[in-house]
Write a protein that binds this ligand. Structure first.
Ligand code: DGL
Length: 217
């Protein structure tokens, strides 16, 4: 089976690489929209239009039945539109892992790292309302991160405000709510005390993909 993967930038390759470990026999075809990155500072209408355009190479391939929107930003604002427009495809989206973080926090305080567009989206706000009612969710400004990571310009110093915040606020979970941030996951883990867990969504996405693929056999 061939699976399509989309992100505005390098998040798609990072996600595909990790998914290949779970599905070594599956082919992953990745497309991006490097030219228009970052999506995170654009309006929902722009993100939807750009995403729809960028996934056309996947839509045109009849053998691709499943498309992973490996972009929290595009998922947050465009996935409902894409599902309605292309009902013959199954779309899997990425959402900040609020549910496991909020249900597992003892500190009752978590940090979510995501783009401005994700954090402002109705989908994200609904997720928070549903699963993090009694939890303080801190959302530091990461607006420059995706472009810096994309261009190989992200430096250790860029992590410092988040590291300070995590220690000061004594959170115990940090959610990676943007696939670009998977690129700095190891640096983040290394610099945090072991009491703070970094939550990334790949295993959950792999389970979802497995379910959908089984349903198609
Ligand atoms: N990788 C995308 C995400 O998961 C965002 C990058 C961007 O702002 O374009 O949200």
């Amino acid at each position: 089976m061939t699976i399509g993967v989309f992100d505005s930038g390098k998040g798609g390759e990072i996600v595909a690489k990790r998914l290949r470990r779970f599905f070594p026999k599956t082919e992953f075809v990745v497309v991006n929209d490097h030219q228009h990155l970052p999506y995170g500072d654009k309006t929902p209408a722009e993100i939807t239009r750009l995403t729809d355009r960028a996934i056309q190479p996947l839509i045109q391939r009849r053998d691709i039945k499943i498309i992973i929107i490996a972009c929290n930003t595009a998922t947050a604002v465009a996935i409902a539109y894409l599902r309605a427009k292309y009902p013959e495809r199954s779309f899997i989206g990425f959402e900040p892992a609020i549910k496991p973080a909020a249900s597992g926090t003892r500190a009752k305080k978590i940090i979510v790292l995501a783009t401005p567009a994700t954090l402002q989206s109705a989908k994200y706000l609904a997720l928070k309302k549903r699963f993090a009612k009694n939890v303080t969710v801190i959302e530091p400004d990461c607006s420059t991160w995706a472009a810096k990571i994309e261009n190989g310009e992200f430096r250790e110093e860029d992590l410092l405000p988040v590291l300070d915040l995590a220690r000061r606020e004594q959170v115990d979970k940090i959610v990676l709510g943007c696939t670009h941030y998977l690129d700095i996951e190891n640096d983040l883990r290394r610099k945090l005390p072991p009491t703070i867990a970094v939550i990334e969504p790949i295993a959950a996405i792999a389970r979802r993909l497995d379910d959908i693929m089984r349903g198609m056999c």
